[in-house]
Design a binder for this molecule. Sequence first.
Ligand SMILES: Cc1cc2nc3c(=O)[nH]c(=O)nc-3n(C[C@H](O)[C@H](O)[C@H](O)COP(=O)(O)O)c2cc1C
Length: 157
Amino acid sequence: MELTADMKRVVAEQQLGFIATVTPDGRPNLSPKGTTVVVDDSHLLFADVASPNTVRNLSGNPHIEINVVDPIVRKGYRFKGTATVHTDGDRYQRGLALLGERGSSLPGDRVRSIVVVEVVEAAALVSPAYDQDVSEQSVAANWLAKVAQLYRDRFGS
Ligand SMILES: Cc1cc2nc3c(=O)[nH]c(=O)nc-3n(C[C@H](O)[C@H](O)[C@H](O)COP(=O)(O)O)c2cc1C
């Protein structure tokens, strides 16, 4: 499958993917990766810096799902596919280079592996907030106000 321009935009803007894998005993394992980037028309990648369970799970079962959501606009995408884990070689080096190009300040020596995901299926995620015929602008304004209030309460200013 081919990632659309809008899928690529959301991943590039958010950079944060929630990554689901399956444990050896068949349980879900979900964790965030702030290094989620688009590689090309059908691949995403993320850096394993501190993700031992995700990497262990993929060694036995390459199936993966990644959700990338804009929490202000309340829309995003879910990507299903298979992953390969690269601890050295060309794909590892190209992954590090790509992370740098996409603005990551992560030093290369912190990256234990680069996980490349071939996306075979993708679908939009849309909040039920949109059931009531509202615009993205009004949903975003509502959440921006809530977030601003939350951090004013927490940190002052
Ligand atoms: C916002 C956020 C972004 C993160 N980004 C990454 C990442 O890109 N790579 C990574 O290895 N860990 C990242 N982490 C840390 C892992 O999610 C965390 O170490 C987690 O426990 C790993 O679990 P796992 O072994 O099940 O993958 C991030 C955590 C947060 C809260």
